[in-house]
Design a protein around this ligand. Structure first.
Ligand SMILES: [Zn+2]
Length: 160
């Protein structure tokens, strides 16, 4: 199992352009109500999980996603992953948007970051791991996730 620790420096990295078209009318943008947000988050993150699984060539894995209340995650973490090599199955848990102390779309960005961060752990799962390398792996996975999201958001903007 591997957890992702909360960090608040991420929020400035991405714009919200990727959310255009998530059921919002361009003429009259409407912020989703608290009761609409969990479904919106689940749909969005499920799609992003499939996208990142494809990009990382992890589509042979059966990866499930659970949006999780803070009380069910280790203190100070915003997500984790467990996997079973033989079954090729994994479960990613991410902190639910309503437990973030930031606006919904900022929370959603960080939740996607967590999904990608945890998938990158899966990518590295076959490598040897020690207590010392775990710390380095966390930093490396964070940097790779940030780089991938930044590239992806740039290419989204460049597409007409
Ligand atoms: Zn991690």
């Amino acid at each position: 199992m591997s957890g992702r620790w909360f960090r608040n420096s991420f929020f400035s990295i991405l714009g919200v352009t990727v959310f255009a078209g998530v059921g919002r009318s361009p003429a009259a943008p409407r912020y989703p109500t608290p009761s609409e947000q969990p479904v919106l988050a689940q749909d969005y993150l499920h799609n992003r999980l499939k996208l990142w699984q494809g990009i990382l060539h992890l589509d042979t894995w059966n990866v499930t996603l659970e949006v999780t209340p803070r009380a069910e995650l280790r203190t100070g973490t915003v997500g984790n992953i467990r996997w079973d090599d033989e079954q090729k199955s994994a479960r990613i848990r991410v902190l639910q948007a309503s437990d973030y102390e930031v606006p919904f779309y900022s929370a959603l960005e960080d939740m996607e970051f967590t999904v990608l961060h945890e998938l990158l752990h899966l990518e590295l799962a076959a490598l040897p791991r020690t207590d010392e390398s775990r710390v380095e792996e966390e930093h490396a996975v964070d940097r790779m996730a940030a780089a991938l999201l930044q590239l992806q958001s740039t290419s989204t903007r460049a597409t007409p």
